[in-house]
Ligand binder design. Structure first.
Ligand code: ADP
Ligand code: MG
Ligand code: MG
Length: 210
Protein backbone atom coordinates (compact mmCIF):
# COMPACT_ATOMS: atom_id res chain seq x y z
CA UNK A 1 0.00 0.00 0.00
CA UNK A 2 1.33 3.42 -0.92
CA UNK A 3 0.00 6.96 -1.27
CA UNK A 4 0.82 9.53 -3.94
CA UNK A 5 1.65 13.22 -3.62
CA UNK A 6 -1.93 14.39 -4.11
CA UNK A 7 -3.03 12.18 -1.24
CA UNK A 8 -0.22 13.62 0.91
CA UNK A 9 -1.51 17.13 0.12
CA UNK A 10 -5.01 15.98 1.02
CA UNK A 11 -3.71 14.61 4.35
CA UNK A 12 -1.88 17.88 5.11
CA UNK A 13 -5.09 19.80 4.43
CA UNK A 14 -6.93 17.48 6.82
CA UNK A 15 -4.21 18.03 9.44
CA UNK A 16 -4.71 21.79 9.04
CA UNK A 17 -8.47 21.35 9.61
CA UNK A 18 -8.02 19.10 12.66
CA UNK A 19 -5.51 21.53 14.20
CA UNK A 20 -7.93 24.37 13.57
CA UNK A 21 -10.82 22.43 15.16
CA UNK A 22 -8.63 21.75 18.20
CA UNK A 23 -6.97 25.14 18.53
CA UNK A 24 -8.83 26.20 21.68
CA UNK A 25 -8.27 22.80 23.28
CA UNK A 26 -4.51 22.97 22.53
CA UNK A 27 -4.34 26.55 23.69
CA UNK A 28 -6.11 25.66 26.94
CA UNK A 29 -3.60 22.88 27.60
CA UNK A 30 -0.79 25.37 26.96
CA UNK A 31 -2.42 28.00 29.19
CA UNK A 32 -2.10 25.60 32.16
CA UNK A 33 1.68 25.07 31.86
CA UNK A 34 2.88 27.55 29.24
CA UNK A 35 1.71 30.78 27.66
CA UNK A 36 -1.52 29.64 26.06
CA UNK A 37 -0.67 30.01 22.41
CA UNK A 38 0.05 26.49 21.12
CA UNK A 39 -3.27 26.03 19.33
CA UNK A 40 -3.17 29.50 17.84
CA UNK A 41 0.47 29.08 16.74
CA UNK A 42 -0.25 25.77 15.06
CA UNK A 43 -3.49 26.77 13.37
CA UNK A 44 -1.88 29.90 11.97
CA UNK A 45 1.06 27.88 10.61
CA UNK A 46 -1.06 25.14 9.06
CA UNK A 47 -3.35 27.71 7.44
CA UNK A 48 -0.26 28.96 5.58
CA UNK A 49 0.67 25.34 4.71
CA UNK A 50 -2.75 24.93 3.09
CA UNK A 51 -2.24 28.10 1.10
CA UNK A 52 1.29 27.13 -0.05
CA UNK A 53 0.12 23.71 -1.27
CA UNK A 54 -2.83 25.00 -3.31
CA UNK A 55 -0.97 25.06 -6.63
CA UNK A 56 1.20 21.98 -6.00
CA UNK A 57 0.71 19.17 -8.53
CA UNK A 58 1.89 16.53 -6.06
CA UNK A 59 4.65 15.10 -8.24
CA UNK A 60 7.45 15.42 -5.66
CA UNK A 61 6.55 14.50 -2.06
CA UNK A 62 9.89 15.92 -0.91
CA UNK A 63 8.82 19.32 -2.29
CA UNK A 64 5.45 19.12 -0.55
CA UNK A 65 7.07 18.36 2.81
CA UNK A 66 9.68 21.08 2.26
CA UNK A 67 7.00 23.71 1.58
CA UNK A 68 5.21 22.51 4.71
CA UNK A 69 8.34 22.73 6.85
CA UNK A 70 9.24 26.19 5.57
CA UNK A 71 5.71 27.47 6.19
CA UNK A 72 5.80 26.14 9.75
CA UNK A 73 9.27 27.49 10.54
CA UNK A 74 8.31 30.98 9.45
CA UNK A 75 4.67 31.16 10.57
CA UNK A 76 4.32 29.19 13.79
CA UNK A 77 5.52 31.25 16.71
CA UNK A 78 7.22 29.86 19.78
CA UNK A 79 9.18 26.69 20.35
CA UNK A 80 6.89 24.44 18.35
CA UNK A 81 7.31 26.27 15.02
CA UNK A 82 11.01 25.57 14.50
CA UNK A 83 10.57 22.06 15.95
CA UNK A 84 7.67 21.00 13.71
CA UNK A 85 9.29 22.91 10.84
CA UNK A 86 12.56 21.02 11.27
CA UNK A 87 10.61 17.75 11.48
CA UNK A 88 9.00 18.34 8.09
CA UNK A 89 12.22 19.65 6.51
CA UNK A 90 14.08 16.50 7.61
CA UNK A 91 11.20 14.35 6.35
CA UNK A 92 11.42 16.21 3.02
CA UNK A 93 15.00 15.05 2.51
CA UNK A 94 13.92 11.39 2.86
CA UNK A 95 11.18 11.84 0.24
CA UNK A 96 13.04 14.06 -2.21
CA UNK A 97 12.08 13.21 -5.79
CA UNK A 98 9.61 10.52 -4.77
CA UNK A 99 6.01 10.47 -5.97
CA UNK A 100 4.80 7.60 -3.78
CA UNK A 101 5.15 6.83 -0.10
CA UNK A 102 4.66 3.43 1.55
CA UNK A 103 4.75 2.38 5.20
CA UNK A 104 8.48 1.75 5.07
CA UNK A 105 9.03 5.30 3.73
CA UNK A 106 6.76 6.61 6.48
CA UNK A 107 8.90 4.91 9.13
CA UNK A 108 11.99 6.62 7.70
CA UNK A 109 10.13 9.93 7.46
CA UNK A 110 9.01 9.78 11.08
CA UNK A 111 12.48 8.70 12.20
CA UNK A 112 14.03 11.68 10.38
CA UNK A 113 11.39 13.99 11.85
CA UNK A 114 12.03 12.73 15.39
CA UNK A 115 15.82 12.97 14.97
CA UNK A 116 15.36 16.55 13.72
CA UNK A 117 13.21 17.48 16.71
CA UNK A 118 15.75 15.98 19.12
CA UNK A 119 18.67 17.68 17.39
CA UNK A 120 16.94 21.06 17.39
CA UNK A 121 15.33 20.98 20.84
CA UNK A 122 17.77 18.75 22.73
CA UNK A 123 14.91 16.97 24.50
CA UNK A 124 14.71 13.27 25.29
CA UNK A 125 11.81 10.94 26.08
CA UNK A 126 10.13 11.76 29.42
CA UNK A 127 10.99 15.47 29.22
CA UNK A 128 7.23 16.04 28.69
CA UNK A 129 7.31 17.17 25.07
CA UNK A 130 6.02 16.14 21.65
CA UNK A 131 8.73 13.46 21.69
CA UNK A 132 6.65 11.53 24.24
CA UNK A 133 3.92 11.04 21.63
CA UNK A 134 6.11 10.58 18.54
CA UNK A 135 8.73 8.14 19.79
CA UNK A 136 6.32 5.44 21.07
CA UNK A 137 4.36 5.71 17.80
CA UNK A 138 7.55 5.29 15.78
CA UNK A 139 8.55 2.22 17.81
CA UNK A 140 5.19 0.59 17.07
CA UNK A 141 5.54 1.41 13.36
CA UNK A 142 9.00 -0.16 13.21
CA UNK A 143 7.70 -3.27 14.93
CA UNK A 144 4.73 -3.50 12.51
CA UNK A 145 6.99 -3.18 9.47
CA UNK A 146 9.35 -5.82 10.85
CA UNK A 147 6.49 -8.25 11.49
CA UNK A 148 4.82 -7.34 8.17
CA UNK A 149 1.55 -6.51 9.91
CA UNK A 150 -1.21 -4.87 7.80
CA UNK A 151 -0.65 -1.13 7.28
CA UNK A 152 -3.95 0.01 8.83
CA UNK A 153 -3.47 -2.16 11.92
CA UNK A 154 0.07 -0.87 12.36
CA UNK A 155 -0.97 2.76 11.95
CA UNK A 156 -3.85 2.33 14.40
CA UNK A 157 -1.55 0.79 17.01
CA UNK A 158 0.94 3.61 16.47
CA UNK A 159 -1.78 6.21 17.08
CA UNK A 160 -2.87 4.39 20.24
CA UNK A 161 0.75 4.43 21.43
CA UNK A 162 0.93 8.18 20.72
CA UNK A 163 -2.19 8.82 22.84
CA UNK A 164 -0.80 6.65 25.64
CA UNK A 165 2.32 8.82 25.41
CA UNK A 166 0.14 11.92 25.73
CA UNK A 167 -1.52 10.44 28.86
CA UNK A 168 1.94 9.68 30.26
CA UNK A 169 2.93 13.35 29.95
CA UNK A 170 0.44 14.05 32.77
CA UNK A 171 2.57 12.00 35.16
CA UNK A 172 5.95 13.61 34.53
CA UNK A 173 7.80 16.85 35.17
CA UNK A 174 8.54 19.14 32.22
CA UNK A 175 12.26 19.50 31.61
CA UNK A 176 12.19 21.43 28.33
CA UNK A 177 10.33 24.49 27.04
CA UNK A 178 8.22 26.94 28.99
CA UNK A 179 6.51 24.26 31.07
CA UNK A 180 9.90 23.43 32.61
CA UNK A 181 9.75 26.79 34.47
CA UNK A 182 7.00 25.21 36.59
CA UNK A 183 9.14 22.23 37.58
CA UNK A 184 7.11 19.68 39.52
CA UNK A 185 4.02 21.90 39.36
CA UNK A 186 3.76 20.77 35.73
CA UNK A 187 2.79 17.28 36.97
CA UNK A 188 -0.90 16.55 36.42
CA UNK A 189 -1.01 18.56 33.21
CA UNK A 190 -1.01 17.17 29.68
CA UNK A 191 1.64 18.42 27.28
CA UNK A 192 0.14 20.48 24.44
CA UNK A 193 2.86 19.61 21.90
CA UNK A 194 2.50 15.87 22.56
CA UNK A 195 -1.24 16.35 22.08
CA UNK A 196 -0.87 18.11 18.71
CA UNK A 197 1.56 15.39 17.58
CA UNK A 198 -0.94 12.64 18.47
CA UNK A 199 -3.70 14.54 16.65
CA UNK A 200 -1.50 14.79 13.53
CA UNK A 201 -0.67 11.06 13.61
CA UNK A 202 -4.35 10.22 14.17
CA UNK A 203 -5.34 12.33 11.15
CA UNK A 204 -2.78 10.51 8.99
CA UNK A 205 -4.17 7.14 10.15
CA UNK A 206 -7.77 8.16 9.51
CA UNK A 207 -6.99 9.48 6.03
CA UNK A 208 -5.25 6.19 5.15
CA UNK A 209 -7.97 4.04 6.73
CA UNK A 210 -10.77 5.77 4.79
P1 ADP B 1 6.00 28.20 23.25
O1 ADP B 1 6.21 27.31 24.44
O2 ADP B 1 7.25 28.84 22.80
O3 ADP B 1 4.86 29.14 23.45
P2 ADP B 1 4.23 26.38 21.85
O4 ADP B 1 3.27 26.70 22.92
O5 ADP B 1 3.73 26.54 20.47
O6 ADP B 1 5.58 27.20 22.03
O7 ADP B 1 4.70 24.86 21.99
C1 ADP B 1 4.91 24.26 23.24
C2 ADP B 1 5.22 22.79 23.02
O8 ADP B 1 6.49 22.66 22.37
C3 ADP B 1 5.36 21.99 24.29
O9 ADP B 1 4.11 21.50 24.72
C4 ADP B 1 6.32 20.88 23.93
O10 ADP B 1 5.64 19.71 23.48
C5 ADP B 1 7.08 21.46 22.78
N1 ADP B 1 8.47 21.73 23.14
C6 ADP B 1 8.95 22.78 23.81
N2 ADP B 1 10.29 22.71 23.93
C7 ADP B 1 10.66 21.56 23.31
C8 ADP B 1 11.91 20.91 23.06
N3 ADP B 1 13.06 21.44 23.48
N4 ADP B 1 11.89 19.73 22.39
C9 ADP B 1 10.72 19.19 21.95
N5 ADP B 1 9.52 19.77 22.14
C10 ADP B 1 9.49 20.92 22.81
MG1 MG C 1 3.03 28.29 24.12
MG1 MG D 1 4.60 31.18 22.94
Amino acid sequence: MSVNGLKIIDILNKIADVIDENKFYLTELDAAIGDGDHGLNMSKGFAVVKEKLKEDTGSNIGDILKKTGMALVSNVGGASGPLYGTAFLKAAVVMNGKGEMDLFDFVMVLQAALDGIKMRGKAEPDDKTMIDAIEPALNVLKDGVEKRLPVKVTLKEAVDAAYRGVEHTKEITARKGRASYLGERSIGHQDPGATSSALILDTIYQAIAD
